[in-house]
Design a protein around this ligand. Structure first.
Ligand code: PNS
Length: 160
């Protein structure tokens, strides 16, 4: 039987409930789902790659077919190393589409056998992003319900 391995790549600085919603959906659809954490971000991250991976490990424990890995360089090379045939990405609103289309088409040009699959998170998370979570937390606002409790604690420790 063919087993489908998918990569869910991102910065995850930090993982939000929107990401988790997508991980849950992806874990149902694919045999294995590898959450791929991009090591070096253009902008200075709030959390180190190790911290971002640790948080993802903690919050993805409920799904035995989900694993977490870190990558640098091209996503298509990481997918090949991990024998993945699918890239999973979330689309929240039409505003995400242009960037996602560009990325999917570039990845297809680099590796035609790798398919990008888009899924929509629950509508309750359609306004949520790591960037707004970081900003709210850094300015002292409440992020309860937007990130898992373990991440909320780490955010509090980081910004105070
Ligand atoms: O969570 P993000 O920041 O939207 O994730 C973006 C990510 C990590 C998926 C993207 O930046 C990426 O794949 N980077 C790896 C470099 C790469 O392969 N670039 C070419 C594709 S455009």
């Amino acid at each position: 039987m063919k087993s489908v391995v998918a990569i869910y790549p991102g910065s995850f600085d930090p993982v939000t409930n929107g990401h988790l919603d997508l991980i849950e959906r992806g874990a149902k659809l694919f045999d294995r789902l590898i959450v791929g954490v991009l090591r070096n971000l253009d902008k200075a991250p709030l959390f180190t790659p190790d911290e971002r991976v640790e948080m993802l490990h903690e919050v993805t424990r409920p799904w035995p077919n989900v694993e977490v890995d870190v990558f640098g360089g091209l996503l298509v090379d990481f997918a090949q190393r991990r024998s993945a045939t699918v890239i999973l990405r979330g689309i929240r609103a039409i505003s995400d589409y242009e960037y996602e289309l560009q990325m999917a088409m570039m990845n297809r040009k680099l590796e035609p056998n790798l398919e990008t699959v888009f899924m929509m998170p629950a509508v309750a998370y359609s306004y949520l992003s790591s960037r707004v979570v970081r900003e709210v937390a850094q300015l002292g606002g409440a992020v309860q319900g937007l990130v898992p409790p373990a991440v909320e604690l780490r955010l509090r420790a980081k910004v105070f």
